[in-house]
Design a protein around this ligand. Sequence first.
Ligand SMILES: [Zn+2]
Ligand SMILES: [Zn+2]
Length: 194
Amino acid sequence: MDNPEECSVCCITYDESERRPRTLPCGHTFCSSCILQLTTANQLTCPDCRASHPATSLDNFPVSYAMEAFVKKFKNVQLAQTAGAAGGKPSVKPAAEKQMSVKTRGGTTQERPSGMSKKLWSLLGEQKNSMRSQVTGSQNTQSQLDQYVTWLTDQNEQNHQLLKKVEEFTHNMGTFEKLIKEEVARVVAMNTGG
Ligand SMILES: [Zn+2]
Ligand SMILES: [Zn+2]
């Protein structure tokens, strides 16, 4: 029995209507449909063990409720697996995958859109970070330029003031020289006159 959820004659999964699982007195189970087809002249020969059973109606063979319950559970598991593989219902997704997110500029987190692979999502995050650092870098360069211009303006202002002082000094020196010349002339005149 490779697939216990299937009737071994028609290889179709048991259901709760035309293919209800029914157990023969020999212990083997087949679907209602196959049991009806295999019954001839009120006799049913088990396809598995060749045991012969009287078969006047389907009621000769009780429904296997255990098998029905098993099939029900089996189908639910299959549904969940299919939904999980298609990326549909998140019921069977691991919790860690749902927390996959990327930090954005404002410190807020962005959820990975469904359907986008984790690899692509993380690449996108790296790209964003790299672009952000480049923008921050150029902002730094701009502010350094601004500082340099301010410094140059300061220097120019200082040079201007220094030049003014030198001119003032030169002017004073001229005046001083003139005073000395006058003083010398006065002394010479005194000596000459003396
Ligand atoms: Zn069958
Ligand atoms: Zn049998």
